[in-house]
Design a protein around this ligand. Structure first.
Ligand SMILES: Cc1ncc(COP(=O)(O)O)c(C=O)c1O
Length: 373
């Protein structure tokens, strides 16, 4: 049996998405910039897709720029906003995805402050406000965390940013279509298609009307000069179809609750992050066990999970997100992330729990850490 519980890393494309993409690839393959009928039809599809994406969070079509995904959107927002101001201070959190964390680290001539979170992962709002100075250009915050599923209150954070007249960028790659998003107090916001059963390599950046964002690349006049290059129309149309299909949030949550409940019956396990979290995410520490060993043994049984952000899973360092929540190394090293999707079934959960119990017992028997049974 094969069970895919790594939907935080990426998701299976929906067949209906693939069908729409195929139509574009083989029949409606014009370049949206061309002036003939093929180009006109492509332009029509591009603008229809833009509206579908914009409508999802009540934005205007003119506020959406298509990109190659969440990573590019985060880079474009942070570097693009900074290129239009003289201010040299950026604030982000200690639990960002590498596409924000490393973008901030790469900034030359800027001071970057990292606001802390509490033991469940919620950003410390009073600390955030105290960090803002006259030189602060931008605050960048992850909405739904990819590792522990904590959802930040972007309305409150946005109000703080508004009060101090600083830009507010939100990484909503994991929360998009799973949590309602209000962009009222947001300057820019990143989303990505492959986390919601759309194709890989396509995403978008919301840019509030009137805000200027400098481009990272130079070329033609596509995407209002902010993101030149021929648009990935099959990808964009597929992305819009995935958005249109919505997420069965309650269905996913119910299975996630069942999985959580069953896993927590295993002795010496601990839920990481808050109870109210992204509907598809559960992150558990198995005390006395290495997460990697657990991942490997689950993999041998056909079950795919993750030990943290897929992008940092090559590293042996404990996850910076779990450490920011104040966990000890041992707890962070023994953590596993299970992420469900609309395709996850009851049988998937039952099989996973059954195999997990056996594997945990086996690993604990050979663990050098005693008294963890
Ligand atoms: C929170 C978050 N931001 C950004 C990204 C990057 O998105 P993409 O894979 O589309 O570049 C990811 C992907 O794992 C993510 O989880």
């Amino acid at each position: 049996m094969k069970v895919y519980l790594d939907n935080g890393a990426t998701t299976k494309a929906d067949e209906k998405v693939v069908a729409e993409m195929k139509k574009v690839l083989v029949s409606e393959y014009g370049n949206p910039s061309s002036l003939h009928s093929f180009g006109e039809r492509a332009k029509e599809l591009l603008e229809k897709s833009r509206k579908t994406v914009a409508d999802e969070f009540g934005a205007g079509s003119d506020e959406i720029i298509f990109t190659s995904g969440g990573t590019e959107s985060n880079n474009l927002a942070i570097k693009g906003l900074l290129s239009k101001t003289e201010k040299k201070h950026v604030i982000t959190t200690k639990i960002e995805h590498p596409s924000v964390y490393n973008t901030c680290k790469s900034l030359k001539g800027y001071k970057v402050s990292y606001v802390g979170v509490d033991s469940e992962g919620f950003v410390k709002l009073d600390e955030l406000e105290k960090l803002i100075t006259k030189d602060t250009a931008l605050v960048s915050v992850i909405h739904g965390n990819n590792e522990v599923g904590v959802i930040q209150d972007i309305e409150k954070i946005g109000k703080i940013c508004k009060k101090h007249k600083v830009f507010f960028h939100v990484d909503a790659v994991q929360s998009f279509t799973k949590v309602p998003i209000d962009v009222k107090n947001v300057t820019t916001l990143s989303i990505s298609s492959h986390k919601i059963h759309g194709p890989k390599g396509v995403g978008a950046l919301y840019i509030k009307r009137g805000v200027r964002v400098g481009s990272l690349v130079y070329g033609g006049h596509q995407e209002r000069d902010v993101r030149p290059g021929t648009e990935n129309l099959p990808g964009i149309v597929g992305f819009a179809k995935a958005v249109e299909m919505k997420q069965p949030v309650e269905q996913i949550k119910k299975l996630r609750e069942k999985l959580t409940e069953e896993i927590l019956k295993i002795p010496n396990t601990k839920l990481n992050g808050p109870k109210e979290r992204l509907c598809n995410n559960v992150n558990i520490s198995f005390m006395g066990i290495e997460g990697e060993s657990l991942l490997m043994m689950l993999n041998m049984k056909g079950i795919a999970v993750s030990t943290g952000s897929a992008c940092s899973s090559q590293s042996l360092e404990p996850s910076h997100v779990l450490m920011a929540l104040g966990m000890k190394h041992e707890q962070a090293h023994g953590s596993i992330r299970f992420t469900l999707s609309k395709f996850t079934t009851e049988q998937d959960i039952e099989y996973t729990v059954k195999e997990l119990k056996k594997i945990v017992e086996k690993l604990r028997r050979i663990s050098p850490v005693k008294n963890v049974r």
